[in-house]
Design a protein around this ligand. Structure first.
Ligand SMILES: Nc1nc2c(c(=O)[nH]1)N[C@H]1C(S)=C(S)[C@@H](COP(=O)(O)O)O[C@H]1N2
Ligand SMILES: [Mo]
Length: 263
């Protein structure tokens, strides 16, 4: 059987009718846009806040978007992307000291008895001396250190590559976890780093600056140098190291700064 289509007979619209119709459609479209904007704004405003503690407490959908952006950059850079390096002659002779949280407020700190404490699940903590670290192959880097506050400076650092350290101390299994947490000995300053930055070939546990042991203000005896990140992640005076699949606490992320803080 053939379907029986009726031919629609249209009487042409007058100009006035056309204008009326357009006006009506435009008005409807703008109203719908307005309503959905307000609805969207309300939805965001009433959405639950992200898990408190780790980051600045933004709304969950916004955090999801930020995490997607972060994931894009993590995949994009992975650890094949190398930060630009410079000749040693260009390095600052007296690099600036920026901030001393966890350093100036730690009266009890004794550099001579310092050991890096590696916290392990279901195992005893490991204590690693500065001499044990210095016995490993030394890696140097001269690069442009960048602080989120708006300054940058070419600096010369040396130490043990973090990935070499993990391999030497048989911590690769631990390092398969998504995050590493580092804290000053008194726990006043702390950062969390994701796997790609930990394994990045330019990431160092640094014990020298300009060819000499790092000064107290710059983070003696051991600090993190992670050139793929802003200064805030480059923890000075490392006390403890730990591994986890959830984000470790992070001092500046708690204040609302981007947890990833990549360059
Ligand atoms: N323990 C500790 N590490 C820290 C900080 C700090 O306040 N305390 N500040 C960070 C910031 S914001 C920057 S820019 C760099 C500055 O390092 P510098 O003082 O060696 O220049 O250290 C980072 N590491
Ligand atoms: Mo900074």
């Amino acid at each position: 059987m053939k379907a029986n289509y009726k031919k629609k007979i249209k009487t042409p619209l007058t100009v006035e009718q056309k204008i009326k119709r357009r006006t009506f459609i435009s008005f409807g479209a703008f109203s719908a846009l307005g309503v959905s904007t307000i609805a969207g704004w309300k939805w965001l405003l009433n959405a639950p806040e992200e898990t408190p503690g780790i980051t600045g407490g933004t709304r969950a959908p916004l955090r999801r978007a930020l995490n997607k952006t972060e994931l894009f950059f993590r995949n994009f850079f992975s650890n094949k992307h190398l930060v630009k390096t410079y000749p040693i002659t260009e390095a600052a002779k007296t690099p600036r000291v920026n901030s001393l949280i966890g350093i100036e407020d730690d009266e009890g700190f004794d550099i001579s008895s310092w050991k890096l404490i590696v916290k392990l699940k279901n195992q005893k903590d490991r204590y690693i001396s500065i001499d044990a670290l210095k016995a490993l192959p030394k890696t140097e880097i001269v690069y442009d250190f960048k602080c989120v506050e708006g300054w940058d400076e070419i600096q010369h650092w040396a130490g043990v590559r973090l990935s070499d350290f993990l391999a030497h101390f048989k911590l690769q299994e631990e390092a398969k976890k998504q995050y590493m947490g580092l804290e000053t000995p008194n726990g006043a300053y702390y950062v969390g780093l994701e796997r790609e930055s930990i394994m990045h070939p330019q990431t160092l546990l640094a014990y020298e600056m300009n060819g000499k042991p790092i000064s107290i203000d710059h983070g003696a005896p051991l600090r993190l140098i992670v050139p793929v990140k802003y200064g805030i992640k480059n923890l000075k005076r490392i006390g403890t190291m730990s591994f986890s699949d959830s984000r470790p606490r992070d001092y500046w992320a708690e204040q609302g700064y981007d947890y990833y803080s990549g360059l």
